[in-house]
Ligand binder design. Structure first.
Ligand code: SF4
Ligand code: SF4
Length: 261
């Protein structure tokens, strides 16, 4: 009898399920992975539900309710490694925009009985609640990065994720810069690589769905966007987007909107 296969679990919090779908989209790789790992909890894919401990837990989604704030503690306790997947889990996701507004007012304007909605006033990343072993950025995550992370985890190695900007990938693709040639408000210079420069490769500007790169020059990026005629408010909105709760993006957006003082 061979060694037991690592027990893998996937958990969902407030999210659209897109990152879990990326796991299912692995298709061919999934068959190979199924021989190496044992998926014992993944409600999106199987009714099999087993208790921990888990060798690796993948967590999608942000924390937006009291019960989820408790549940993530339980997941952490049951998991040897906890890996967050996607912008919701790593930065609070698009739902973090409620942090900047009156969440009660929004609830009242959408639901006839807002008192039944047991939501917190904020949406926060998983790392605000428990320790996290690795973070996969992106909205959704990129399949190749996921496979690499699982493969390294199976070997007991720490994941090696790119820290450089989308600009580096853009150059490797041989793209013509959409900022220089078309004046588009591309967020590539401050956005983490990983997508293969998908949008600029199609002639579009990057809107930073992979979150901040390592040590992003956010002030320089704000000046670049301003020089293209973007108002301070519009520049702030470009940083807010999907990953606006990440410290690096939040700081510059707060400064531009005068929320920092
Ligand atoms: S198009 Fe955007 S991502 Fe590509 S090199 Fe220019 S600034 Fe960087
Ligand atoms: S180019 Fe930017 S917006 Fe487009 S997929 Fe990549 S990181 Fe996301």
């Amino acid at each position: 009898m061979g060694a037991p296969r690592p027990r893998i679990a996937v958990f969902k919090f407030a999210s659209c399920d897109g990152c879990q779908l990326q796991i299912l989209n692995l298709e061919h790789e999934l068959l190979a992975l199924a021989e190496r790992i044992d998926i014992v909890h993944f409600l999106e894919a199987t009714s099999r539900v087993e208790d921990g401990p888990y060798d690796i837990s993948f967590v999608e989604g942000s924390i937006t309710t009291e019960s989820d704030a408790q549940r993530i503690q339980d997941v952490r306790e049951a998991s040897r490694q906890l890996v967050t997947i996607g912008a919701c889990a790593t930065s609070g996701g698009i739902q973090h925009l409620r942090n900047l507004a009156d969440a009660e007012e929004w609830k009242a304007s959408v639901y006839p009985h807002p008192e039944h909605v047991a939501a917190l006033a904020t949406s926060t990343p998983i790392s605000d609640h428990v320790s996290v072993d690795a973070e996969l950025q992106g909205c959704p995550i990129e399949k190749g990065q996921l496979v690499q992370l699982i493969a390294r985890a199976l070997l007991g190695a720490v994941p090696e994720l790119p820290g450089a900007s989308v600009c580096m990938e853009c150059k490797r693709q041989g793209n013509v810069c959409v900022v220089v040639t078309r004046g588009l408000p591309c967020m590539g210079p401050v956005t983490r690589a990983g997508c293969g420069a998908l949008c600029p490769s199609l002639g579009r500007d990057c809107y930073a769905c992979f979150g901040p790169s390592e040590q992003p020059n956010t002030s320089g990026q704000a000046r670049l966007l301003a020089s293209q005629g973007e108002s301070p408010r519009r520049v702030a909105q470009r940083f807010r987007g999907i990953n606006g709760q990440r410290r690096e993006f939040r700081r510059i957006a707060d400064r531009l909107e005068g929320r920092d003082g």
